[in-house]
Design a protein around this ligand. Structure first.
Ligand SMILES: [Zn+2]
Length: 489
């Protein structure tokens, strides 16, 4: 994002990102046009004040605004007054950041080269007060370290806190309204989060989607709300672990053990209960109602059973919620499959795994991701997970799954299947073609087109066009047939 002050200068504040979801292309185009025009404002600011004559002479963004209003500079950008004013302020802050980092270098040079303490102090004072022009050493150092910057930002809109508003619709979706290019014509953006962005917003337009960046004051958060991390992390739901992240981290590693022992216990208990039930029925049939009653009361009751079930559920929930917290510790944005939707057949469940339990944990994981993200202020982004467990994250071809490994015959690499899937999920967040609701078969086609296109740029590596075609049509089968022969160290 290229802003030095967002993580450095204000350690008490943390950046959060919310994303637009299914934004109308017309609205996106209008926002993009506004960002483009504001990019010209930025360029103008950089050109005029991005060197010693600007901030160096102590000019404040307020003075720049007044000058522009006086000489009519602002008129030619074709944007609303508040938009260009905020942009001027933002660009001046960027320039100030640029200058501050140059000064750090110059200060080092002063300490390195000037031994006399009084002389050193004089220079440091002059530097701090932006009076370096009169001193040959300082002027030379500033020229060396303060590289004249140039604006490269043409995709951002800064919106002051009193210029936007947020409303929730009937289904609980948040809509962010920001000023457009015309007065009183707000652009309404549907958001993927349930936490309302607040304060000054930075809208970044990328790939048909709006990223809404904003700051949270970490010191004002309740202590129970640990701040989230600052990275974007992809996660995949595992079976032996609750979550695997795109760094290769495994979280909630006890989950598989908890589920399979519960599954075993239930099987054993049901078998025993069936046997007792049959003994009781036989006794009743014989006329021994006392015995039948005794068995039902002592051995077939529901109190203990329900208590054990509740305890098991609580243990599993804790394991899953803890796993999500571990991920949010490092993530400002968690990218995940929408686990409330069911993609039949994305993964085959292990033989010994109780499917009912697995289905239930999926629901708990979805709940934990939503709940923890809301409480800790991270964004949860849902992506289309079709083929993420089969495609190689490096080349995009469908590999061959073998237990917890994924063989990519094209790269000649064996990936850890779950980590590979988490990385694919992370990449889906920025995928320009694969949207949340892109159909399964279409995703496959897109992946295939990409690897085909990639292959045509490479020197021929397949023996014949027939092989290439067969591989394109049946990537999985082809991967299996060539496995081993194409592996590289
Ligand atoms: Zn590959």
């Amino acid at each position: 994002m290229g802003r030095s002050d967002e993580h450095g200068k204000r350690p008490a504040s943390v950046t959060r990102v919310a994303y637009s979801v299914r934004l109308n292309p017309g609205k996106y185009a209008a926002l993009l046009e506004q960002a483009r025009r504001l990019g010209r404002v930025r360029s103008e600011v950089w050109q005029r004040y991005g060197s010693t004559s600007g901030v160096g002479s102590g000019l404040r963004d307020r003075q720049v605004r007044d000058r522009w209003l006086a000489d009519g500079t602002h008129v030619r950008f074709g944007v609303l007054a508040n938009a260009w004013k905020e942009t001027v302020r933002d660009a001046m802050a960027d320039i100030a950041g640029n200058l501050a980092s140059a000064k750090v270098e110059v200060r080092r040079a002063i300490f390195r080269r000037r031994g006399d303490p009084a002389e050193r102090r004089r220079m440091l004072t002059a530097l701090k007060a932006d009076r370096w022009a009169g001193d040959p050493f300082l002027a030379r150092q500033m020229r060396k370290h303060w590289k004249r910057g140039r604006n490269r930002t043409h995709d951002q809109i800064v919106v002051r806190s009193d210029k936007h508003n947020i409303v929730a619709d009937g289904r609980g979706r948040l809509w962010l309204a920001v000023p457009g290019l015309e007065r009183r014509r707000m652009v309404r953006i549907p958001l993927s989060t349930t936490v309302a962005p607040a304060g000054t917003l930075r809208l970044i337009l990328r790939g048909g989607r709006v990223e809404v960046h904003y700051q949270i004051d970490a010191s004002q958060m309740r202590s129970s709300q640990r701040p989230c991390g600052d990275r974007t992390i992809g996660v995949d739901k595992g079976y032996t672990e609750a979550l695997i992240d795109s760094d290769g981290g495994h979280h909630g590693s006890r989950l598989g053990q908890l589920l399979s022992s519960e599954s075993d216990r239930l099987k054993e208990r049901n078998r025993r209960r069936a046997k007792l039930r049959s003994i009781a029925n036989t006794a009743a049939g014989r006329g021994d109602h006392a015995k039948a009653h005794r068995i039902k009361a002592n051995n077939l009751g529901t109190v203990k059973r329900d208590r054990q079930a509740a305890r098991h559920r609580a243990t599993v929930r804790t394991e899953i919620f803890t796993a999500v917290h571990r991920v949010v510790d490092k993530a400002a944005t968690v990218v995940a499959e929408d686990l409330t939707r069911s993609f039949a057949g994305r993964k085959t469940l292990g033989k010994n795994m109780n499917r009912r339990l697995a289905g239930w944990t999926k629901g708990v994981t979805a709940e934990a991701l939503r709940n923890v993200s809301e409480r800790r202020g991270s964004a949860l982004v849902h992506v289309n997970a079709a083929y993420t467990s089969q495609a190689c994250h490096r080349c995009g071809r469908l590999g061959r799954r073998n237990g917890d490994r994924l063989h990519c015959t094209s790269c000649g690499v064996v990936w850890q299947a779950d980590v590979n899937a988490a990385i694919n999920i992370l990449h889906r967040a920025g995928d320009p073609n694969i949207a949340l609701h892109t159909p399964h078969h279409r995703v496959k086609q897109i992946l295939r087109d990409r690897t085909d296109r990639h292959r045509t740029r490479l020197p021929v590596q397949d023996s014949s066009p027939a092989t290439a075609e067969r591989r394109a049509n049946h990537p999985n089968r082809s991967a299996m047939s060539t496995l081993g022969s194409r592996r590289q160290p």
